[in-house]
Design a protein around this ligand. Sequence first.
Ligand SMILES: *Cc1c(COP(=O)(O)O)cnc(C)c1O
Length: 226
Amino acid sequence: MGIRENIERVRERMDAACRRAGRRVDEVKLIAVSKTVQAERIREAYEAGLREFGENRVQEAVSKQPALADLDITWHLIGHLQSNKAKLARELFHWIHSVDSVHLARRLDQAVAGRARPLRVLLQVNLGGEESKSGVGESDLAGLAAEVSQLRSLEIGGLMAIPPFCENPQDARPYFSRLRQLAGIFAALNAPRVTELSMGMSHDFEAAIEEGATMIRVGTAIFGAR
Ligand SMILES: *Cc1c(COP(=O)(O)O)cnc(C)c1O
């Protein structure tokens, strides 16, 4: 199937999940994860109507973005970011989903690089406490949120998580609902408008939407197997 048909199919699945959850479909942003996907195919997805794209590596964005510079794309960095690449990441991306330390947040804040507008960031939480995944542990989240909210050029948008892989997407629901609960820290920080929840991928985004996702990150279901 072509990219256009795949996108239609993803939209139908999003619509159905929103209907089940009693949510409006415009409450959920579809981010097309284009890692390993060539620029022409990203352009094809853009022509089919998508505007938000996610990459997981800074270097890959460096090599692909110039060929797409004529398009009005909002770029999301969804993969782990090393603080020595903070400046470059700030130049290339509108959103960073993977802030998981005060050190990284400070480096991003300092890398203003002529961009007047704040950089939007999400705090990545390691919900399963998995060694192999990045993200702040639940017990350190409130401290991180308090520190990041002090940084003038960063705007905290919300939380992001990659839960442990579950064969049955329904089994991921407790993780998604946990992330939604954790977002309660922003009310405590007097930041009630911080409401984004980036959660859900190709095989489990319906469950994520039913648990409150506002951003889903979908690669395979749009571009095919990597
Ligand atoms: C690759 C990736 C995705 C998309 O995964 P699919 O299963 O292809 O939809 C989502 N989030 C992150 C952080 C990723 O690295």
